[in-house]
Design a protein around this ligand. Structure first.
Ligand SMILES: [Cu+2]
Length: 336
C-alpha cells in the first residue's frame, strides 16, 4: 500500500515535470548540459525531483517484484526463489529508496536558503552534471550492502565499492559549496529555519563519511555487524534528512519572518543531542560492539546510557518542532 502510494506520487511528479519542461531528460537539464541551450534551464529543485522520480520508480518496481515473488513462493513453495536474486532486488530497492529521501528533502535547502538570503540558487552545468552522475550511480552502488556475500560476482562488488566513493561527492560538493556561496556575507538573520538548514547540509556531508568508510571492503568485513552501521545512517538521517524536513515544515507554517526568537539556539541544541547520539553509536562500532546480537555485555552499556539521554533530548526537540508546525495548521486553514 505504501509502495503504491509512493508510485502514484512519483507518477504525478513525472507528469508535472514532463508537462512543464518537456521530458525527464529536460528536467535533468540535459539540453543545457549537452546541447548548450540556456532556454528553460530547470531550477535546482526540479533537477533533484527529476532524479528522485526516476530512481524511486525503479526502486519501487524492484521492491514490488521481490514482494510478488515472495508471495508466490509462500502460496506455492514448489516455485523457488533464487535467494541471491531476491537479496539483490531487496537492496536495490532499499538502498535507492532511502537515498532518494535525502535527495528529495535537499530541495528544502535549494528553495528556502535563496528566499531567506535574497540570493538565487542558479543551475550551473556543474550542478547538472553532478545530478546526472548521481542518477546513474545511486542505482549501481547498492552491492555495497552485499560485500559479505561471497556468492556475489566480484565485478558487481567492485562496482559497488568504487562507485560508492565516487557517487557520494558530486552532489554533496555542489550542495555544500552552493549553500556556502549563498550564505557568505549575505547578512542572513540566523533563526530556527536557516540554522536547521545549515545543520542539515553539515549533517548530510559529515554523515556520508562514516557511510563510505563502511562501504570499503576491508572495513566492512570487520564493521558490518557492529554499531558503526546504525551510527552512520543515524548521522545523515537524524542530522541531515530530518533538519531539512523540520526547516521546511516550520517555514511552511510560519513564513519567513515568523520564526521565534532563540530558534537558532533550539536548533543548535538539537544538533548537540543528535551528535551525542550518533557519536555513541559510532564509538560502540569502533569498540566492535555487535548489533543484531542476543547478548549485550555490561561493559558496552555505558554508551547506551549516554545515548539514551541524548535520544530523549532529540525526541523532546522533535516534538517541539512538530508541535510548532501543527499549532499553525488551524490558522493556515482559516487563511486558506
Ligand atoms: Cu547503500
Amino acid at each position: 500500500m505504501i509502495g503504491v502510494g509512493f508510485l502514484i506520487w512519483c507518477l504525478e511528479l513525472a507528469r508535472g515535470i514532463i508537462a512543464t519542461y518537456g521530458g525527464l531528460g529536460r528536467g535533468l537539464g540535459w539540453h543545457a548540459l549537452f546541447g548548450g541551450s540556456t532556454q528553460d534551464v530547470p531550477p535546482p529543485t526540479v533537477v533533484a525531483a527529476t532524479m528522485v522520480t526516476i530512481v524511486t520508480t525503479l526502486a519501487l518496481i524492484a521492491g514490488a517484484v521481490v514482494l510478488v515473488m515472495s508471495l508466490i513462493n509462500l502460496a506455492f513453495p514448489a516455485v523457488e526463489i533464487d535467494p541471491l536474486l531476491a537479496k539483490n532486488l531487496i537492496y536495490f530497492f532499499g538502498h535507492t529508496f532511502i537515498n532518494a529521501t535525502i535527495y528529495m528533502a535537499v530541495t528544502a535547502v535549494y528553495e528556502i536558503l535563496p528566499r531567506v538570503t535574497g540570493r538565487p540558487w542558479k543551475t550551473t552545468k556543474v550542478f547538472l552534471a553532478a545530478w546526472t552522475l548521481s542518477t546513474t550511480m545511486v542505482l549501481t552502488i547498492f552491492p555495497h550492502h552485499l560485500l559479505m556475500d561471497f556468492a556475489m560476482p566480484v565485478w558487481a562488488l567492485a562496482i559497488g565499492q568504487v562507485f560508492s566513493f565516487v557517487n557520494s561527492f558530486p552532489v554533496l560538493i555542489v550542495t555544500g559549496l552552493g549553500a556556502l556561496a549563498i550564505l557568505h556575507r549575505s547578512g542572513i538573520r540566523w533563526d530556527m529555519v536557516s540554522t536547521l538548514l545549515l545543520i542539515s547540509v553539515f549533517g548530510w556531508m559529515a554523515g556520508v563519511v562514516p557511510a563510505v568508510v563502511d562501504a570499503t571492503v576491508a572495513v566492512n568485513l570487520v564493521m558490518d555487524n557492529t554499531m558503526w552501521v546504525p551510527g552512520h545512517f543515524h548521522f545523515y538521517l537524524l542530522l541531515g534528512l530530518l533538519p531539512m524536513i523540520f526547516a521546511f515544515m516550520i517555514y511552511l507554517a510560519r513564513g519567513e519572518d515568523a520564526t521565534p526568537r532563540g530558534g537558532d539556539l533550539t536548533a543548535i541544541i538539537y544538533l548537540i543531542f543528535g551528535l551525542g547520539l550518533v557519536t555513541m553509536f559510532l564509538v560502540g562500532g569502533w569498540a566492535s560492539v555487535p548489533r543484531r546480537w542476543a547478548e549485550h555485555l555490561p561493559e558496552w552499556q555505558i554508551w547506551d546510557q549516554i545515548a539514551s539521554v541524548m535520544a530523549a533530548g532529540v525526541i523532546a526537540l522533535t516534538g517541539a518542532f512538530v508541535a510548532m508546525f501543527l499549532a499553525r495548521i488551524p490558522a493556515l486553514l482559516r487563511e486558506g
